[in-house]
Design a protein around this ligand. Sequence first.
Ligand code: BJ8
Length: 382
Amino acid sequence: MNKLPEKFESYDELKRKGFLDIKELKESGKNVVGVFCTYSPAELVYAAGAIPVSLCGTSEEPIQYAERDLPKNLCPLIKSSYGHAVSDTCPFFYFSDLILGETTCDGKKKMYELLNEIKDTYVMQLPQNPDLKSSFDLWRSEIVRFKEKLEEKFDVEITEEKLREEIRRGNIQRKNMMEYFELGKLNPPALNGVEMNGVQDGFGFRFDREESNKDLISRTKELKENWEKNLKGTITNRPRILVTGCPVGGVREKILQTIELAGGDIVAYDNCSGIREKRDLIDETKDPIDAIAEKYLKVSCSVMSPNTRRIEDISSICEEFKVDAVIEVVLQACHTFAIEATKVRRHVNDELNLPYLYIESDYSMLDFGQIKTRIEAFFEMI
Ligand code: BJ8
């Protein structure tokens, strides 16, 4: 792994601080909306004067509690999220006034019904074919319905002006995050993939947006300067890796770190732990509800069918980030990503002429040795 300038907060540090901050914010009277998914329109939550917070779902410990109510053969992310809620071990869930879910995969949407027994859980009906006009109309009406729910729940009015302001602020954040991610385009990359993933996920727990923007800009600058001074012009034969598939926060050490310790450089993530949502800004010239609906319907998650946008994204990311190989990480029992992997593999092998490795795993360390061996063998082969 590249040696980076020390001291940028790790995911765990960000999360720990987030616990303290959310408690303080709650005590000062702020409303909190817990979110699980990239389809969640954060702009509406901010415009209602509330704070969106990413809920816990990346650790193995609470899965035992989830399995009392949920099947064992279910995605670890869903079991971990539910397990945290029933065992009361996620402060973000505890301090949330409302939980927001969307009808994405079957496991999540059925889990939300049980979650609603613990805390007010509002579910947006997400259409599954992003290209139809009727899907846009339905999703737009769901954005309006959620807006009304927030207005009623928090006794506020979400004005057009507030929405425009939150769209503008969200776009600034996306641009800053993209500039940080684009450090992966440099050769050798100016940052490592484990940090990249931790920052993307950990920023869901940073509630002072001005502060977190400032920190991100200064980290980007620091890494760029370090690259200019210490890395520019150095030769590396480490393969440049795109990680695609499911969110990978729960397998950060087991898989991401192993990829980099085994000799690869993760230069980009085409998933919800990476640039999937950051590349498209919300159109600031349009009616804000239309623009929000349009933006979030473009998220290229495998729950969409057909999901041609993801294949297009993989092509353009491989080209822009000069990717040498693609590693797809699928969480166990995630049917949509597992099935879509066939198309991704064909596309990567046959159209992009790049090597492809498929890894299916859960949050336990039982398969660590096997995964390490497969990654090492993959790097020897390419
Ligand atoms: S937009 S990737 S955050 S749904 S991994 S729970 S799909 S069975 S997490 Fe996701 Fe939103 Fe899509 Fe992103 Fe289901 Fe699959 Fe589990 Fe998943």
